[in-house]
Design a protein around this ligand. Structure first.
Ligand code: MG
Length: 381
């Protein structure tokens, strides 16, 4: 189990649940970060007494600084402050609950400080998985997946020789529009898209779940985390979300991890690993569940998933371009500037338009990320 943590994105869905876990486990929280929700940041700061808080928006940072003037907490702003929050001395684990590729630099910095990464920010591995995994191996930093599917796969593979793994069965509920045609999703509103049937999550990931881009990002995340090829991952729709993913071993044995859909569980395990502690999470009631269903995803109805799998096969900077373009397109959708189906169109255009780089450096990745975002912004306005 870890001894003290930093929480990046502490005011978001993952961050708030991490704060709950820290409270329950009696874990000190040495740094926090947020975008602009200073009411919650102040509340968390007064409870956990961190040494450092990163606030992305300068005006909000100034106001929090005034409010906290009776304490000696240091407050910073901008992207550099996120790196500082991630590398604070004394914390041996960083929970990366920020959304989007903004998580990449602080995650790399924390890896170089040999901290455990409780990885809830999938865009980091999607954009720069080769670089991040190589750095983690070089510095001996542990990466514990917080994404429920990857936490499940991690547990299914625990203590097993990698050679025993034949393939990963990556499950997904199918989101709120499972089985809908492209015609039917044309008029979907942000309000409809953020209502997930099983999981309670932030806006960006909820929209990604609705387009199934989330499963595509998880597909790429799994390739990097578990060092498998695209052929070794099968996406499987499982509407009940009781199984959080499975592995199939060489001899045909399948091992699954099950539980109620509660992110508190993978968060706690990433902090307590290799130990396991009691939790207050609701227990799975098999009799109440009754039955479980499975089907193959229809890639004709799920163009975002198909595109992500194509980008996974293409490798290079394609996943980065796709993910960055998707972030901007989802943002435009949430602002009601484009329609639901435009998300796919914009991302596909960006993947076509931005030049392919087979072995991108970190600078190439950051540049591809910027160009993809610019491309989408210009296409929207
Ligand atoms: Mg997930």
């Amino acid at each position: 189990m870890v001894h003290a943590i930093s929480i990046l994105g502490s005011t978001g869905s993952i961050g708030r649940q991490t704060a709950q876990a820290a409270r329950r486990l009696g874990l000190p929280v040495l740094s926090l970060s947020g975008q602009r929700n200073i009411d919650l940041l102040e509340q968390q700061a007064r409870e956990f007494h961190p040494r450092y808080i990163s606030v992305m928006e300068p005006d909000a940072a100034r106001e929090l600084h005034q409010r906290m003037s009776d304490t000696d907490v240091e407050i910073g702003t901008g992207e550099e402050s996120l790196v500082k929050a991630a590398t604070i001395e004394g914390a041996d684990c960083v929970v990366t609950g920020v959304s989007g590729s903004i998580g990449l630099r602080p995650t790399l910095a924390a890896i170089r400080h040999n901290k455990r990464i409780a990885l809830a920010n999938k865009e980091t591995l999607v954009c720069a998985g080769d670089i991040v995994m190589a750095e983690a191996a070089r510095y001996g930093a542990e990466i514990l997946p917080v994404d429920s599917e990857h936490a499940a796969i991690f547990q299914c593979l625990a203590g097993r020789d990698k050679k025993e793994l034949r393939r990963i069965l990556l499950t997904g509920s199918g989101g709120p529009f499972r089985g809908w045609s492209r015609e039917r999703t044309e008029d979907v509103t942000p309000e409809q898209a953020v209502k997930h049937p099983n999981w309670n999550m932030g806006a960006k990931i909820s929209v990604d779940s609705a387009t199934m881009m989330n499963k595509g990002l998880e597909f790429i995340e799994a390739m990097h985390l578990f060092d498998v090829t695209t052929e070794q991952i099968q996406v499987l729709i499982h509407p009940e979300s009781a199984i959080h993913s499975m592995v199939e071993l060489l001899d045909g044995t399948v091992i699954a991890q099950l539980g109620t859909p509660d992110m508190g569980l993978p968060i706690q395990y990433a902090l307590t690993w290799p130990e396991r502690k009691a939790s207050e999470t609701e227990r799975l009631d098999f009799a109440a569940l009754g039955s479980m269903h499975f089907e193959n995803p229809d890639l004709n109805k799920l163009p975002c998933l198909r595109l992500a799998m194509d980008c996974a096969r293409a490798g290079g900077n394609s996943p980065c371009v796709m993910s960055a373009a998707n972030e901007e397109a989802v943002w435009a959708f949430l602002q009601e500037e484009v329609g639901f189906n435009d998300i796919y169109r914009l991302v596909a255009y960006a993947v076509d338009a931005i030049p392919y780089i087979a072995s991108p450096s970190l600078d190439d990745i950051l540049d591809s990320d910027r160009r993809a975002r610019d491309f989408v912004r210009k296409s929207v306005y």
